[in-house]
Design a protein around this ligand. Sequence first.
Ligand code: HSE
Length: 332
Amino acid sequence: MRIFICGFGTVGQGFAEVVADKTSYFKKRYGRDAIIVGAMDSKSYVVDQNGLDPIGLVATKKDSKRVGANTYTDSTAVLDMVDYDILVEVSPTDVNTGGVGLINIKHALSKGKDVITVNKGPLALKFRELMDLAKTNGCLLRFEGSVGGAMPIINLCTESLAGGEIKSVRGILNGTCNFILSKMDNGQPFEQALKEAQQMGYAETDPTNDIEGYDTACKVVILANSVFGRDVSFKDVDITGITSITEDAISMAASRNMVIRLIGEVSATKLEVSPRLVPKGHPLGISGTLNTAQILSDIAGPITVSGRGAGRLETASAILSDLIAVMDKRLL
Ligand code: HSE
């Protein structure tokens, strides 16, 4: 399997490391390797039909801040320079236009390539169009890591719980907001907590997307479309972020043995992101950067999952599971 990686930031590099680490796993399971034939960041690219050294790519990026020596103006022209089977699209999220990620995903699908992405912009804006494009061209479009990072949620609902009807999903889907609110529980001011979240590499390139609830809204849309079969986009979500949560509100909640958490909720009729009062000790009252979700299925009943919602290897683990699903389908 030949992979092209678009976006070589934290997640792209983590995924390259995972590909290197899983060489013997791929050989054992499929009798062949998964190779990276192209990598692109916002400024540069490198391609080699015979395969690139994943660890070398990470080292080049670290040393020169670029993944390759070549520059480009048209990312789709770069994609066309090599033969690849799977596009791993992990460029930064643009919730307004879908950005270069949307262009790349459409281009790859229209050429019959399978796509794995964690890029929330294209999925939150053009979900149905992309799924239709994949279907028309006989391709797979998978996106487990786009919601909850390492926490299994999309494939859990659509595959592991297949056959049942998912009634609702409610959860903490943004680690930055949860980190800030948890710090505020301990008396830390909002701005200081946000700065810490940024230093940890959790916040989006533009943290407005986190604190205004836009990142959670994208995830809610992805769940609504993929798990509930709805046809909604970002503009359909009722969104309230955490910027107006005052220290007084946090203290008042604490005096009632509650915490305030930013909750995303989706069902057949609901599409909402809002700060809510949650009793201390409740599964949705967790602290720190973890994500958590409560799934209610008609047959399976309630299921709660939690895990790391972001991170270099954590997000790469979700991409790996999608890669294996694609390879199983194509190679077995
Ligand atoms: N900014 C996001 C978060 C990263 O804080 O959870 C993962 O989507």
